[in-house]
Design a protein around this ligand. Structure first.
Ligand code: CDP
Length: 805
């Protein structure tokens, strides 16, 4: 069929642009074993490096003897802090403004800490070498409780001047890191003191871990002849890693090439800089050969990037009718041995100050104290934007606790306190300006779909049946309504270590009308190659199938701050649309020239420019691309390329309404999820199928965290959950059928109205699962129990409430 007679609808469909459930283009590779992950990289003469790790959580190192290890065939070198010190590389800066030992410098502060780096011909020789490195440890008292840490005489960080300020201001104790405040203290205290009703609760959001399928790793190749360092790694922010490597090594940035190849999941785990990266680079410089370092699962769980570990204490006040008047929150944040949180510089506790949630709370105050303990460093945003999961868990539990105090239905309590549609853009008491939202519509839709009133009636009957001895199963209805905050920048208030959080897209259209676009972000499974092409297809009128998307190579991609905190769509997605619009602007001039009319007399229509009022006169984008290169057009340079560096004016605020219906067997503590309904609003939807996949994944990780996943320590600082035998990863067996739904409230400041979505289901899912468990026990006097709600803890809750008598 000739192009001219294809209907407009067919032309739209042909593009597979925004709104289309285009199949993921990357899956052909992934499902056929053709992915290229860091451990797939094999270079001539490549060595393998691995760590001697501390078995103690707190110990002084009195000596390291590598003599026997060096006798193992294939072991070439054993690096210690002493070897790195002359290069100034025995310590490295953390993203949070602290510093962290690359290799133990005199002492260790957590179990699994890196003590020495064994470099060998292969990983087997390295493992044998590790066994024979003798380390003389002198055990020191261990602190795993942040409250004890703040009272203790034991100084964990002897390298820090106890009287000097930290990176975020004054420190109250040698083991204290920072105090961070938001909101108004006295007015909040006054409102709460004079309120009709005040509910108080303390809750612990336990330590957990992102545990991506692929662990962290890197391959370093120092080409001494050309002075070029190439570093492949599992980096969620390759450009930032390049800059950091340049700053700490002194190698000029143009001589460093950082490549993130395929990445098998990140969820925050791969944002930070780890000792393994530094050691693989140093080892390559020392040996002149490529050096690979790859974590095993235990290394990953025990040493790189924990998440959460927040002790939260809240007070919420309301009128007798349930109108919330004030909110106070204090957090004791356990950051482990080094403050290696991946938060923007000005937000040492991330975006915890979105803890007023989706509610119109006039007065609020938040205070967070960061504390050192003998646990692994990190503090990453496991599938959430900088501590938003903690914030949403806090407020969604506080709402439930307040509802109990008011003897009120918590769905109704939420409804009467939601920020109203007409209040947007809404300035929250703790500083954020929410861009857009329509919470009432989403909530009503969710409650209607699940027949909320019917569920409550069924639950009441179940309680009667339980009391009458007719059943041993209780029924819980978990509710949550969340507001996320995603898309960091803007640069003016969001940076990491001084690197401003914008993002970028560069497009090159080829003469035959296909294109390549490169971005500053990096997919870890989110399907960027599929969806960014869809944005471009709609913006520039070339089929998504004709557009290649490339990310992750700093030699070719424009500078950007990477992918985490669901920032790709809000920031790089916006850059993509803006770069596409630059292409379109030039294409308009070319089309006008070809059609011999004024620029303003042509308009864009799906895949072409048409003469206004004469739709039969047009030039397709394919024709325009060819002309851009091959026709001399007066006043225009040849070619069709554009680049956009996008600094967002604000973040985007996706939201959602979730309902979980759960049966709980009080005798076994086993929860059975009968129904999970998730309504998400991420503004304009680029690919509904991918959004659904993101929601399924996020909910599954939420289920894990709420119902069992934990990084736990004993009193000696031994990590008790360092293998997948102890660390809960849900499988198809535990995961329910999720029902997904949506509303669409576009972001007013994003060029295509899109908000992020990848993390929303995790943020909203954790409180929803937890609330379901807690709600089942509410009729029997339960107010709050801490996660994770594994079978044993649920059984104990039932037992504590006297349900086993
Ligand atoms: O930064 P990250 O890629 O982790 O998160 P995201 O920006 O929320 O995007 C996750 C995936 O969902 C990407 O493939 C997006 O293009 C897609 N998405 C979408 O189709 N529509 C939206 N409004 C938001 C995200």
């Amino acid at each position: 069929m000739k192009d001219e007679v294809i209907s407009r609808d067919d032309r739209v469909a042909n593009l597979k642009g925004m709104g289309c459930s285009r199949k993921r283009v990357e899956d052909a590779r992934f499902t056929q074993g053709k992915g290229n992950y860091v451990d797939d990289i094999k270079l001539d003469g490549m060595l393998f490096g691995d760590f001697v790790r501390s078995p103690y959580a707190h110990a002084r190192i009195k000596g390291i003897n590598a003599e026997e290890a060096l006798k193992i065939p294939g072991v070439l070198a054993v690096l210690t802090a002493e070897d790195l010190a002359p290069l100034g590389l025995h310590w490295m800066p953390t993203l949070a403004g602290d510093k962290q030992m690359v290799l133990a410098d005199g002492k260790v502060l957590f179990q699994g800490q890196e003590v020495a780096f064994v470099v060998a011909e292969d990983r087997y020789a390295a493992a044998d070498g590790i066994e024979l490195v003798e380390v003389d440890y002198e055990e020191l008292p261990v602190i795993v409780d942040p409250f004890e840490s703040l009272k203790s005489d034991v100084v964990l960080r002897e390298d820090l001047d106890p009287n000097a300020d930290g990176a975020h201001g004054p420190r109250k104790h040698p083991n204290h890191i920072f105090t961070w405040e938001a909101g108004d203290k006295e007015p909040t205290e006054e409102v709460i003191a004079n309120a009709d009703i005040v509910a108080e609760e303390s809750m612990y959001y336990h330590r957990t871990h992102p545990c991506p399928l692929e662990t962290c790793g890197s391959v370093a190749l120092m080409d001494k002849v050309n002075g070029k360092l190439t570093l492949w790694g599992t980096f969620q922010a390759p450009h930032a890693i390049r800059t950091i490597v340049s700053l700490i090594s002194g190698i000029e940035e143009h001589n460093i090439r950082v490549i993130s190849p395929d990445i098998g999941g990140g969820f925050g785990n791969k944002v930070g800089a780890y000792p393994g990266y530094v050691c693989s680079v140093v080892a390559s410089i020392v040996t002149g050969r490529p050096v690979k370092w790859i974590e095993d699962r235990m290394d990953n769980l025990m040493t790189t990037a924990f998440a959460r570990d927040y002790w939260m204490k809240g007070k919420i006040s309301a009128t007798k009718e349930g109108k919330i008047t004030g909110l106070q929150c204090h957090v004791t944040a356990d950051h482990g041995g080094f403050d290696a949180c991946a938060d923007p510089t000005k937000f040492p506790a991330g975006f915890m100050n979105i803890c007023t949630g989706s509610y119109d709370i006039p007065t609020a105050y938040l205070e967070v104290d960061g504390v050192y303990t003998n646990k692994a460093p990190g503090g990453v945003s496991y599938r959430c934007s900088f501590r938003v999961t903690e914030a949403v868990y806090f407020i969604e539990r506080m709402i439930e606790v307040l509802a109990i105090k008011l003897n009120m239905d918590s769905a109704e309590l939420r409804r009467i306190n939601f920020i109203k549609k007409e209040q947007f853009p809404y300035k929250a008491a703790l500083g954020w300006e929410y861009d857009s939202g329509d919470y009432h519509t989403a909530w009503d839709k969710a409650l209607k779909t699940v027949d909320y009133d019917g569920l409550r009636a069924e639950q009441a009957q179940r309680v009667e049946d339980f009391k009458a001895g007719k059943t041993r199963k209780l029924m819980g209805i978990g509710l949550s309504f969340f507001t996320e905050i995603v898309g960091a920048g803007p640069v003016k208030n969001c940076d990491i270590l001084g690197l401003g959080m914008f993002d970028s897209c560069e497009i090159r259209i080829h003469p035959t009308g296909s294109a390549i676009a490169r971005l500053g972000t990096i997919s870890q499974g989110q399907g960027h190659a599929t969806t960014f092409a869809q944005i471009l297809a709609s913006e520039i009128g070339l089929p998504a199938d004709s557009i290649t998307i490339e990310e992750g190579d700093t030699d070719t991609a424009p500078y950007g701050l990477g992918t985490y905190g669901s920032r790709s769509t809000p920031v790089a997605g916006a850059a993509t649309a803006m770069a596409g619009r630059k292409i379109r602007a030039k294409a308009q001039m070319i089309a006008a020239y070809l059609l011999e009319v004024h620029d303003n007399d042509v308009e864009f229509d799906v895949d072409r420019f048409v003469v206004k009022g004469a739709p039969e006169r047009f030039k397709t984008m394919k024709e325009i691309a060819f002309a851009a290169y091959n026709q001399a057009i007066p006043g225009l340079e040849p070619g069709l390329e554009a680049v956009s560096y996008y600094d967002p004016p604000n973040m985007t605020y996706p939201f959602g309404a979730y309902v979980c219906v759960m049966d709980i067997d009080v005798d076994t503590g086993v929860p059975e999820i009968r129904r999970f309904y998730a309504l998400d609003d991420c503004g304009t939807r680029i690919n509904p199928m991918i959004i659904e996949g993101q929601v399924h994944g996020g909910l599954t990780e939420a289920l894990a965290v709420a119902l069992g996943q934990e990084i736990a320590y004993d009193d000696m600082g031994n990590c008790k959950t360092g293998t997948l035998m102890d660390f809960f990863l849900p499988t198809a067996w535990e995961v329910p059928n999720y029902e997904t739904d949506f509303t669409v409230t576009p972001s007013p400041h994003h060029p295509i109205g899109a908000k992020g979505v990848g993390e929303s289901p995790h943020v909203g899912g954790v409180p929803c699962f937890s609330n379901a468990v807690q709600d089942a026990f509410r009729p029997f006097g339960n107010t709050h129990t801490n996660m994770p709600h594994d079978h044993w803890r649920i059984w104990k809750t039932a037992n504590g409430l006297g349900l086993h008598d």
